[in-house]
Structure formats: structure tokens, C-alpha cells
Design a protein around this ligand. Structure first.
Ligand code: BGC
Length: 812
């Protein structure tokens, strides 16, 4: 449809009809307007998968590695292919807008959504984000860049007011969003937070630079529930208030226009944008355009398996890896994460994966009969109570694996009942008249001892085991955060001793009160064996085996939307476990399963450390490929990892008096470490692979113009025993600059592949923006002509080649 045709449609609508277009019809749908042939747009969370319109464990999704792993790939093409996979999922589920990518930065390692963001570096985040957007949008689906802007931590996330210099804002935090707009992103999500005193749905940054300077012609959608005013948010360049149907717009906005507080042209512009988006995703005009279509991903499991290796970062290796699959000997596989890997982080982005390949299963399959694999769980890392599921219990009515969910009226009469697979019911069915939701199950205890049962939600809740009360109380809602209320409400727990393999009946009830959501989550946790015994058994297995692979990682408590982390230490006694195993077996490999930085105090005591992030559904098979050398661990760190939290130069996530000051300015990530002159455990860009490289020569142009992109060429040679992939990185510096600058900053990368002994040339493009700085006095980008330094190498801390270029200003 042309702009004129859409304009004619807009003219057919009266004020109330236009205003209706600007708010959700439901939690995940926009409104339809038959008068102009507009059907609803369906919106779903990303970025690790496309959940669809409901939280229903029976509706499975493909599960990608989390974004910190995507950025660790340093591979635009692969990230774009993974975006294609999200597009395919969106098509399959009738979704038109995928709420991804998350473009906030790894400012502090404590950031609760670190795993969901790409990098500490604006350039790398921009590239990964643009690649994912291209992939998602290649098939008529819209991507949504979120959360605009400076929503980099979670503490007080609904209200925090972030303050920073205009220069840091433009050069660092806005940069990935600017790249998203350049990549053609169709939706931008305004965050909950404030910047400079104005909440993002009312913030002047929506108009300038987003819509004016950058020319964004799509829709600004609110984060869920982030529109908290009528006039101020309408006057800001905000377009669509989600979710619906209750919002601060609707009739209140109609009145505000009628009373002259909001010009009607403002509403027209928003409605115009909504129609444009609807047209782009195929729900305006003749039906059918949003159906079917090729998505270009034939073998999703193979792609996701490849993605695990592509994002895994080999942090250290004394030569133990890859293990020889032909002569593996006996292998001790240690740790809970080997059987219960963390494949995604917590929060609104969660999906129900179709399956998860566990590392233990995949290692067993890779080795077949050639090796003996022993698994020892080690001490409980503190995974905590897990929702009842079809592996643990049965529906008391049908006897099928799973639970029974019932909706009850005020007299306890059954209004609805259904068999479900999980005790985590975020949107249980509640027909009219429902007063109470009940989840019940029969459990056959697998071990004797004190079990912990729990029920999560708000309001009055009870939980009984064989009629004995375990939880009984009223728990008022103490937050407005939708990620807490609807996704991860707090649990109340009680303990009870169970013995003998005798069935017990679990019945949990939650009375619904208005405004506290309807989520109810019923959990069970078996007694853990004593940690000392678990460590001793793991050590004994390691001592008798030829090699040991220890899986360590974070727990659901430590990486989630809605809260920041308090520390970077691995939970429980995992550090002690690694140290004890490494002391017993010199061939100890540690696999770190975490979406964000963790402290690895034993990193020099083990033979190899492999970081797999949250690797998605094919976790195990991808990791087996890496451990046995079928694939190279091709990832590089997208973020600098501190040895200890105390060393990290920027950590603050706690607002003071509601204000969070980014007083480090431009200096986050490796820039902060360089300024402090201290050494991290691993620099931004670090990662080893399975071969070695010599960076032989750097060619940079002698002189460049300030408005023309230029190319750096680095000639490298594969000096190791096998084909490999090298990520060649370019950094810039301007010694003696008249303006404040980072010691050096990342300007671009290229990846090359070569066989043993082969020489190849990496060509890295440098954009003029990498040499510009934001001049606050003139509110414009400036350049500083003169001599600049170009440094290239393997990480922010390993740059062996340097050159100088003369920067000329063309219009001086
Ligand atoms: C999150 C967003 C998410 C939205 C919808 C919010 O709480 O911050 O990232 O897209 O919920 O689930």
C-alpha cells in the first residue's frame, strides 16, 4: 500500500477510532478496525524464542542461545540466520511483532538482564542487533528494539532515573538503537526507566534523535504498562500503549484532544504509524499476506547446534581440549548443570522449549561404547524448588503425567478443569465466576527425607500435602513489576518429611483478588544429599577417571529480569567442587553455564575453561561437538570479565534517591579497565579456538577523509594444527586529543578462516562514526583532524600491531 492509500484510510476514521488504534486490545494484540480493513497485530516476546500469545507449557518454541552468546559469535551472518529462525517461529505462531533485540548494554556485570543484552560495547551490540533485526524482518515480521534507552540494570527498574552526560548518551547508549533504525527496525520499545527526569514513554528522546534526526518511521511501543500518563505521553512521540485493554490513553486521550490539551495531529501521526506497521506486517488490506512464506531455515536443530559451538568461548586451554573421541578413556562428568543445564535466563522472554539436549546425554551419545561416562551431581548449587512437572508427578484425576488445574467458584464448585504438564501456571484458565485456582498432583517421592513444597503468587494461598498444611497465609502484592506479578511471583515454602515410595497428594490453592495477576506456581524440592558427601564422591570419580568435565553455573535465582545480582560468585559450593576435582585430576575441564560474568577463582588450577553461556535447546549436542573437536569453540567475549567483582571498575546498579548516575561517562567495559590501568581475568574480545595464529602485518591507509569509510587489512597466518576461525579486531586511539576520550575503543572486526599454514587477510571496515565525537556545546558530531592510532589484534588487551592514519576534514 502506498503512503497516500494509507492516508485515505486514516481519513475514514474519527477521533475515537484513531485513539483505539493506539492501545492494545489484549495483553498481546492490537485492535482491529474493520472500517479500514485492519486486523489485529499479534506481539510476542523474544529474543530467545517466540512464545506466542500465551504462557502455556503445551505450546513449545524453538529456543536459541541467549543474546550474550549471540554477540559472542562475532558473526553477523549466523546471527542473521538465527533471526530468520525467530521469523519462522513468528510466522508459525501467527505473530507479527517480535519484541527483540534487547539493545541495552552490559554496563555493570551485576545487571540482572545481562544475559539478554549483547555486549558492553556499543559497536558490537549495534552489529549483533542489526544482524538479528535483518534476520527477523526478512520475512515480513517486525522486530522491536528495546528498551529505549539506558535500561541497563533492574534495581527500581520501573522508576529509576538515569543521569549521564549527553556525550555518553549519544556515543554509547543510543548508538545500538541508531544502528537498529539504520537497519530498518519497525518498532522501538520505550523502557520503564527515566532519563534525565522524564520517564521514557514521555521522554523528549523519542522525538529527538529517534524520529527526527534518525528518521524512524515505525511505531514506538511502551514496555508493558510503561504508559502512566495521558497528556505527557501523548505529547511525547510515543505511539502505542501496551498491553490493553485498560491503559491511560483510550477515552482519556479522546477527552484530552477534545479539550485541546493534545493536538489532533499528534493522534493522527501515531495512528498513521500504526497503520504503516500493520501494512508492513501484512494485516492491513486483503487478508493472507501475513500467512506462510519461506523463512530460509531448513534444519533448525542443526543450526541451533552449530550456534552453541559458534558462541562458546574457550577461555583457557593447556592442550587438554579437544578430547580425543577415539581414545577418551573414562570420563567423569560432574555437576548438576550436566543434567539440568540452564538454557535460558529468567523473566518475560522465557519460552517452553520443545526439548533440551542435556550435556550428559549428548556426551554419552558422542562416545557410544568407546568410553565409560560416570555422572556425579556434586553438591546442590542451589537450583531451588522446581515447578511440578510431568517427570515428577501425575494428574490425580486422569493419572497422566503432569498436574490437574481447576477453576473453582466461591463455594468450591468446579467451573473448569484441565490436565496440564507443569505446576507453573502463569495464565491458568479462569472462566467468569472463578474465585480460586487449584493445582493438584500425585507425587511418588523419589527419596526419603525432608521435602520442600511451595506455592507462588499473591493473595490468599494454601498448600497441603496429604491434607497436612504446608503453606497457609495471605500474601499481599508488594510490587507493580509485571515481570514479578505475572511471570515470577515470590514463593512461600514449607517442609515436610516423606518416607517410603508412597504416593502423596499435593493440593495448592490461590484465591484470586483483583489486580494481582493470576499466576500460580507450585514447586517441590527433594532433600539434597549432604554437600560434603557429594563433593567427596565427585572427587573420587575424578581420581579414577582419565579426565573430568565439571559443569558449573548460575541458578534461576541469580540471573533474571526484575532484579540485579548481588555478587558474581558461583552459587553454593561449586568453587570448592572445582578445586577439589582439579586437585584429583590434572585433566579437568570446566564448562561454565552462565549468561553473565561469574568469578572463576580456580581458573589457573584447571586444564581448560569453556564458557557456553545459556546455550538454548541444543546445549548438549553443541557442547559435545566442542569438547570432542567436531566443532571449534568460535566465540570471543563480548564483555570483559573481572577476576573479582571488587576489581570491576563499573558496577553500580543501585539508585540513590531514585537516581542512578552513570558518572563513568564514556568509560564502560574495556574502556573502564584501560582507564583504571587494571587487568581483568579476560578482556573483551578474548577467546582461543583450537588453533594458533600469527598476526603478521597491518595495512592501514596513510590518510583518510572524515566522511568516508575506510579499510584496515590484517594479514594473519594459521600456525596451528587445524583449520580455524580468527576474529581480528580493530581499536582506535587519539593520543593527546583535545577532548576526553577512552584510552582506546573498539572500531570493528572481521572473521577469517584458514587451514594450517595458510595466510589470509582480514579486511575490517571502519566507519566515519568511529572517529567522531559528540560535541555537547553544538549538539552535533565533530571530528578532530590529525594523527590517529590504529591497533589490531585478538582482544582489547592483546593488540600486537599498530599503525597511524592522518584524518583529514573534508569541509574544513
Ligand atoms: C519487559 C519487556 C517485555 C515485556 C512484555 C516487560 O516486563 O521489560 O522486555 O517485552 O515485559 O513481556
Amino acid at each position: 500500500m502506498t503512503e497516500e492509500e494509507r492516508e485515505r484510510l486514516l481519513d475514514k476514521l474519527d477521533l475515537a477510532q484513531k485513539v483505539r488504534l493506539l492501545a492494545g486490545a489484549t495483553t498481546w494484540r492490537t485492535v482491529a478496525e474493520p472500517a479500514v480493513g485492519l486486523r489485529p497485530m499479534v506481539i510476542s516476546d523474544g529474543p530467545v524464542g517466540v512464545r506466542g500469545e500465551s504462557w502455556d507449557e503445551r505450546i513449545a518454541s524453538v529456543l536459541l542461545p541467549s543474546p550474550s552468546a549471540l554477540a559472542a559469535m562475532w558473526d553477523d551472518e549466523l546471527v542473521e540466520r538465527l533471526g530468520n529462525l525467530l521469523a519462522a517461529e513468528a510466522r508459525r505462531k501467527g505473530v507479527h511483532v517480535v519484541l527483540a533485540p534487547t539493545l541495552n548494554l552490559h554496563r555493570s556485570p551485576l545487571g540482572g538482564r545481562h544475559f539478554e543484552c549483547f555486549s558492553e560495547d556499543p559497536e558490537l551490540a549495534a552489529r549483533a542487533g542489526a544482524a538479528l533485526i535483518r534476520g527477523i524482518q526478512a520475512h515480513g515480521v517486525a522486530a522491536a528494539a528495546k528498551h529505549y534507552v539506558a535500561n541497563d540494570s533492574e534495581t527500581e527498574r520501573l522508576t529509576v532515573d538515569v543521569r549521564m552526560s549527553e556525550r555518553a548518551l549519544r556515543e554509547v547508549y543510543l548508538a545500538p538503537f541508531e544502528a537498529a533504525v539504520t537497519a530498518g527496525v519497525r518498532v522501538v520499545m520505550a523502557g520503564y526507566n527515566s532519563v534525565d527526569g522524564a520517564t521514557m514513554t514521555e521522554n523528549p528522546l523519542l522525538a529527538e534523535p529517534l524520529k527526527r534526526r534518525w528518521g524512524f518511521d515505525g511505531v514506538v511501543v511502551s514496555d508493558w504498562g510503561a504508559v502512566r500518563s495521558t497528556v505527557a505521553s501523548a505529547l511525547a512521540a510515543h505511539d502505542l500503549a501496551m498491553p490493553g485493554p485498560q491503559t491511560s490513553w483510550g477515552p482519556a486521550l479522546v477527552r484530552a484532544v477534545q479539550e485541546g490539551a493534545v493536538p489532533s495531529a499528534v493522534v493522527d501521526d501515531k495512528a498513521r504509524r500504526v497503520l504503516r506497521l500493520a501494512d508492513r506486517v501484512g494485516v492491513l488490506g486483503p487478508p493472507g499476506r501475513d500467512q506462510g512464506g519461506r523463512t530460509g531455515v531448513d534444519d533448525e536443530r542443526a543450526l541451533l547446534r552449530r550456534a552453541v559451538a559458534a558462541g562458546s568461548v574457550l577461555l583457557s586451554n593447556d592442550g587438554v581440549l579437544p578430547l580425543d573421541p577415539a581414545a577418551p578413556g573414562t570420563v567423569a562428568v560432574i555437576g548438576t548443570h550436566a543434567v539440568r543445564p540452564r538454557v535460558q535466563g529468567g523473566g518475560s522472554a522465557g519460552v517452553h522449549p520443545r526439548h533440551v539436549v542435556t550435556p550428559l546425554d549428548a556426551l554419552g551419545e558422542a562416545l557410544g561404547d568407546t568410553a565409560r561416562v560416570l555422572h556425579l551431581p556434586g553438591p546442590d548449587p542451589g537450583v531451588g524448588p522446581l515447578p511440578l512437572d510431568d517427570g515428577l508427578c501425575r494428574d490425580p484425576r486422569s493419572g497422566r503425567p503432569g498436574v490437574l488445574v481447576r477453576a473453582l467458584d466461591a463455594d468450591g464448585g468446579e467451573l473448569f478443569a484441565e490436565h496440564r504438564l507443569s505446576g507453573r501456571q502463569l495464565e491458568p484458565p479462569i472462566p467468569p465466576g472463578t474465585e480460586c485456582v487449584e493445582v493438584s498432583a500425585v507425587l511418588t517421592p523419589t527419596v526419603d527425607g525432608v521435602w520442600t513444597f511451595g506455592v507462588a503468587g499473591f493473595g490468599r494461598m494454601t498448600l497441603t500435602v496429604d491434607g497436612r498444611p504446608v503453606v497457609d497465609g495471605t500474601f499481599p502484592r508488594e510490587t507493580d513489576d509485571p515481570a514479578v506479578v505475572h511471570v515470577d511471583p515470590p514463593g512461600r515454602h514449607g517442609r515436610i518429611r516423606l518416607s517410603g515410595a508412597r504416593d502423596v497428594q499435593i493440593v495448592a490453592r490461590r484465591e484470586l483478588d483483583h489486580d494481582s495477576g493470576r499466576a500460580v506456581v507450585v514447586t517441590a524440592e527433594p532433600p539434597a544429599p549432604p554437600a560434603d558427601t557429594a563433593i567427596a564422591e565427585a572427587v573420587e570419580a575424578a581420581r579414577t577417571c582419565d579426565s573430568a568435565i565439571v559443569f558449573v553455573g548460575t541458578t534461576p535465582d541469580s540471573e533474571s529480569e526484575g532484579r540485579d545480582r548481588q555478587e558474581l560468585a558461583l552459587p553454593g559450593r561449586q568453587d570448592e567442587l572445582v578445586r577439589a576435582v582439579a586437585a584429583a585430576n590434572p585433566r579437568t575441564v570446566v564448562v561454565v553455564n552462565a549468561g553473565s560474568p561469574v568469578e572463576l577463582p580456580w581458573r589457573r588450577e584447571v586444564a581448560a575453561v569453556l564458557l557456553c553461556w545459556f546455550p538454548g535447546q541444543e546445549a548438549g549436542s553443541g557442547l559435545a561437538d566442542v569438547l570432542f573437536g567436531a566443532a571449534e569453540p568460535a566465540g570471543r567475549l563480548p564483555t570483559t570479565w573481572a577476576a573479582r567483582l571488587a576489581d570491576a571498575p563499573v558496577t553500580g546498579t543501585r539508585p540513590i534517591g531514585g537516581v542512578l548516575d552513570y558518572d563513568e561517562g564514556l568509560h564502560i567495559g574495556h574502556r573502564a579497565w584501560l582507564r583504571a590501568g587494571t587487568e581483568p581475568a579476560y578482556w573483551f574480545g578474548h577467546g582461543l579456538g583450537y588453533t594458533t595464529w600469527d598476526h603478521e602485518r597491518l595495512d592501514a591507509p596513510a590518510a583518510v577523509d572524515d566522511d568516508v569509510p575506510w579499510t584496515v587489512r590484517v594479514h594473519v597466518r594459521n600456525t596451528g594444527p587445524r583449520r580455524g576461525r580468527e576474529v581480528v579486531q580493530v581499536y582506535l586511539a587519539k593520543p593527546g586529543s583535545a577532548v576526553e576520550r577512552p584510552v582506546r575503543w573498539f572500531a570493528g572486526f572481521a572473521a577469517v578462516e584458514a587451514d594450517p599454514g595458510e595466510r589470509v587477510t582480514a579486511e575490517i571496515g571502519v566507519s566515519p562514526r568511529a572517529l567522531r565525537h559528540w560535541c555537547e556545546a553544538e549538539a552535533a558530531w565533530h571530528v578532530e583532524p590529525g594523527v590517529w592510532h590504529v591497533l589490531t589484534g585478538r582482544s582489547a588487551g592483546d593488540l600486537g600491531l599498530t599503525a597511524t592514519v592522518l584524518l583529514r576534514r573534508r569541509n574544513a
